[in-house]
Design a protein around this ligand. Sequence first.
Ligand SMILES: Cc1cc2nc3c(=O)[nH]c(=O)nc-3n(C[C@H](O)[C@H](O)[C@H](O)COP(=O)(O)OP(=O)(O)OC[C@H]3O[C@@H](n4cnc5c(N)ncnc54)[C@H](O)[C@@H]3O)c2cc1C
Length: 382
Amino acid sequence: MRSQVDAEVIVVGLGAMGSQTLWRLAERGTDVLGIERFVPGHDRGASHGESRIIRSAYAEGAAYVPLVKRAWRLWRELEEASGRSLLERTGALMVGPADSSVIAGPLASARTWDLEYDLLQGAELRERYPQFAHAEGLLGFHERDAGYLRPEEAVTAGVAVAETRGARVVRETAVTEIVPDPDLLRVRTGDREYTARHVVVSVGGWLRGLLPATAPLMTVERRVMGWFRATDPLSFAAERLPVFVHSDASGDRSLYGFPCLDGETVKIGLHTWPGIDEPTDPALGHRPPDRADAERFADAIGRTLTGLDPYPVRMLSCMYALTPDRHFLVGPRRDLPGLTLLGGFSGHGFKFASVIGEIAAEFATTGGTTLPVAPFDPHRFD
Ligand SMILES: Cc1cc2nc3c(=O)[nH]c(=O)nc-3n(C[C@H](O)[C@H](O)[C@H](O)COP(=O)(O)OP(=O)(O)OC[C@H]3O[C@@H](n4cnc5c(N)ncnc54)[C@H](O)[C@@H]3O)c2cc1C
């Protein structure tokens, strides 16, 4: 006889991935319980700061394209179910030298999947996008199927819709241990133990603290986002400038940004840049932004854009959970039967959260997935 459990599935961590997993499981009618260390939508993990880019012609590999297409449809479904606006289509502009990953990568994806794009160069690029002050010799790859998501809204919408479909949520409670037992898993918090048939672990940068065996799979780094006053906010409005990524040839200096969303400022982040790869311990919290961050931004803006104050009016810290190959960890762990791992989203995972939630829900309820996730096998580094 199978033993009784507190929930068929427990989702540990309700950030980007966990909130969507909770929603997709609840949508299937699964008896699901979510446990979150803080309150969903908080600013101490990786899923805050008002905006996240979604792109389709995927620079990081053509294998991601079917996933982003499905993610896009699921975000629209969540908008409908929650009545909230989560995703804006602005298009995306990638700017860099012809051999940089921001140009060669999306071009390869677009050709593999027959996606529409425009390639801009020379005067055409500079005239259409005069915000890029130093675009001589660079190319612009523009695609229409891109835009931005509202991360806090997306996380809280996922949890809220899941709760209306019967999911239970335990807030402000950290899971301290997950212990396998025949036929079930035991999930321990400070004062209680919950049992489940399946556990999805989606704790972002906190992974190694919870599952020490995963420590070699991931490093955690602090990243800072900044908001910059525009001299003429209209020239940065979404009608004039889509979401964008700009990189040098080596990829060592790359930044991304959004059109002006508040009528005054433009948000910029440094994806790679000398000096930003500072390890961080999520147990202690990410270090607040400081003068050195502001100076680095001023350098980056001076080299790239025109029409923005080079020093930020505000900044926020966040964290990247990076795998050695910068691809995700999605799938079962053989050392912990009944556990699905979602982690290592390496600074580009948010756009996929809805489809990752669907994949996790499939693993949890059927033991497999119909979506192509072989490149993300958590055992590929063994
Ligand atoms: C500055 C920045 C910019 C980015 N820009 C983009 C972008 O433009 N586009 C894009 O697609 N991606 C982007 N990303 C990446 C994307 O945001 C992340 O990949 C994604 O948010 C990771 O989600 P997660 O669920 O793995 O982690 P998180 O959202 O951090 O969620 C983990 C959750 O687990 C909870 N938790 C931790 N430990 C426990 C425990 N023991 N018990 C219970 N709960 C626990 C935490 O409180 C947290 O809520 C960016 C990331 C950063 C930092």
